[in-house]
Design a protein around this ligand. Structure first.
Ligand SMILES: [Zn+2]
Ligand SMILES: [Zn+2]
Length: 134
């Protein structure tokens, strides 16, 4: 991790809390967990900072989560220009793919394999199996 970059970022976002941890994460509302040893740590830091800037919260709807990841990466790219950090598109797509795969797996019905839908109470429902269950 480039220390000059990190100092500049901390000064610009002095109301955010920066902590070290095992992996990069954002804890709403304002805590950024940094894993400085990881590759692309500057870009990943900008991504987590973006979640905080965009005021992302905990999410009950998984589709919302994917949208938030997308928007946090868009914001991170903007910030990367400002802080002169190199943007690695492959990394971004890989990160987004893990969420897409996760969403796909979670939404798949374990009984029949059909794509289920999620209601605001965060539960998944299978249109086929639930119909039979009635
Ligand atoms: Zn994220
Ligand atoms: Zn089903």
């Amino acid at each position: 991790m480039d220390q000059t970059f990190l100092e500049r970022l901390k000064a610009d976002y002095s109301d955010f809390k920066f902590r070290e941890g095992k992996k990069f994460a954002f804890r709403p509302p304002k805590t950024i967990i940094l894993a400085p040893g990881e590759p692309f740590s500057e870009l990943l830091t900008l991504h987590e900072v973006s979640h905080a800037i965009l005021k992302h919260k905990d999410f009950r709807m998984d589709v919302e989560r994917l949208k938030m990841e997308n928007s946090a990466w868009e914001k991170a790219k903007e910030l990367a220009k400002k802080y002169e950090i190199e943007v690695d598109e492959d990394l971004i797509q890989d990160e987004l793919d893990t969420y897409r795969d996760w969403l796909h797996q979670k939404s798949r019905c374990p009984v029949c394999g059909l794509t289920r839908f999620q209601t605001p109470d965060s539960l998944y429902h299978c249109p086929r199996c639930e119909e039979f269950a009635k």
